[in-house]
Design a protein around this ligand. Structure first.
Ligand code: MF3
Ligand code: CO
Length: 254
């Protein structure tokens, strides 16, 4: 499939889809505390998404059984919510959420501390978030896709963290996953030239130890192979004539 360039009308729909998702994330973030189950987080997320008149796009996607991916500690992404999985002080939890508004998809992820966490864990979360911003310095017309990938990889590499290779970011629009594939590790091949109207889900997944991951028996949950902690930070980003617009952040001018 080709990379799509969104029209003005489509961009407005993407903006609204993403603005709603940012509000869902803000509310989910406030619900994170010791004692909540990952199932409760999913139930709240689904209720919030539907309350805005939107549809959770992860639910039943390739058979995924929930609306919010909730991944704890060494779980990288695609953790399946469970009533038995209760968050406790010192955990870190990654929430990946998305929705459909009038046919347009949004996708964003955040990693939160549960109560007080270790300095190592806090630093991993902060660096993962900052690597996204290092990457989007190049999310501008005229740069190439690998400029984003290489900037994320270089930023995380400075801390000796392992950047996950088996999962990537992606284009997004009328489908959750569109071209291009957006790796978070160094690419020699430059990839596509960025153009205004592209909407990209850029999502570094970063491990405290090795970049290597494996899949659990449930065929969804991705965990670090060495058992180290992992963090995730994702936003849907619009390429413009100038600064990139981070559509899933509430503080951005809209
Ligand atoms: N947010 C994930 C992504 O960026 C999608 C989750 S896939 C699901 O690709 F099946 F778990 F929903
Ligand atoms: Co995504």
């Amino acid at each position: 499939m080709a990379v799509t360039i969104k029209s003005k009308r489509e961009i407005d729909l993407m903006r609204e889809s993403c603005r709603i998702l940012a509000q869902v994330h803000a509310q989910l973030g406030r619900a994170i505390r010791p004692g909540i189950s990952t199932w409760d987080i999913d139930a709240l997320g689904e209720k919030l998404i539907r309350g805005y008149g939107c549809t959770p796009n992860f639910l039943h996607y390739n058979g995924y059984p929930a609306s919010i991916c909730v991944s704890v500690n060494d779980e990288v992404v695609h953790g399946i919510p469970s009533k038995e999985r209760i968050l406790k002080e010192g955990d870190i939890v990654s929430l990946d959420a998305g929705l459909i508004y009038k046919g347009y998809h949004s996708d964003a992820a955040r990693t939160y501390p549960v109560g007080k966490i270790s300095d190592d864990a806090a630093k991993l979360i902060a660096v993962t978030r900052k690597s996204f911003f290092a990457g989007i310095k190049y999310a501008r017309a005229g740069y190439y896709l690998h400029d984003i990938s290489n900037a994320i990889a270089a930023y995380c590499g400075r801390y000796g963290y392992g950047v996950v290779r088996d999962l990537t970011g992606h284009g997004i629009g009328t489908s959750l996953h569109e071209d291009p594939v957006i790796p978070n590790y160094r690419q020699l091949r430059r990839g596509i030239r960025l153009q205004p109207g592209m909407t990209l889900a850029i999502e570094p997944m970063v491990n405290l130890g090795s970049y290597k991951v494996e899949w659990l028996e449930d065929e969804w949950t991705v965990v670090t192979r060495d058992g180290s902690l992992s963090a995730h930070y994702e936003n849907t980003v619009l390429i413009t004539e100038g600064e990139p617009e981070v559509l899933t952040l509430l503080s951005e001018r809209k």
